[in-house]
Design a binder for this molecule. Sequence first.
Ligand SMILES: Cc1cc2nc3c(=O)[nH]c(=O)nc-3n(C[C@H](O)[C@H](O)[C@H](O)COP(=O)(O)O)c2cc1C
Length: 187
Amino acid sequence: MDDIRERLRGLPAFPADLPVLDPEAVPADPTELFVAWLNQAIETGARQPHAMTFVTTRRDGTPVGRTLILKDVDESGYHFSTHRTSRKGVELGRNPRASMVFFWRESGRQVRVTGTARALGDDVSQADWEKRPSYTGSPNPDWQVYTLDPDEIEFMQAREDRNHTRVEYARDSDGAWSHHVVTTPAG
Ligand SMILES: Cc1cc2nc3c(=O)[nH]c(=O)nc-3n(C[C@H](O)[C@H](O)[C@H](O)COP(=O)(O)O)c2cc1C
């Protein structure tokens, strides 16, 4: 165990040549910034840039995460798909509040999207099912596309000196977004 502790301690956390997040220059709409960061991750060859950790809660309040693929982003929110009868599907049925955490390690960027998950229509779900590599021609009534309708989105840009920059957007009840710099400790 001493061995793994020393190995971990010796690993670099972040490289020196990271992009800079200027809180004065961010757009009013957080999804514009999210799509810009996602596009940069895709264009610079990040592996599975559309993968994220998706967090739900169990009946007793315990949070649980797993990796999912982002399928789309539009005015309704951030789309993902899964089986309705999976554990996460059942958990969302009980409590639709959820979070997505994206991490693009090459650029030291993290985004946390928090909101309320809502099931999209059968037409959308079956169209997604038919595009899967495992599709054999039969519909799957258990397959469900959801959208996570966000009300809070936090962007973190890592810095080599660990003074990471964080900008959090919050949506008010009228749907308007505002943002501020987060100053609580961060790593
Ligand atoms: C890179 C990656 C992508 C994945 N994408 C999906 C996905 O889009 N939908 C899905 O249902 N499961 C996906 N999985 C599997 C889930 O992480 C999870 O194991 C499975 O959905 C069961 O989760 P649950 O028991 O919490 O419901 C993916 C796993 C990995 C490693």
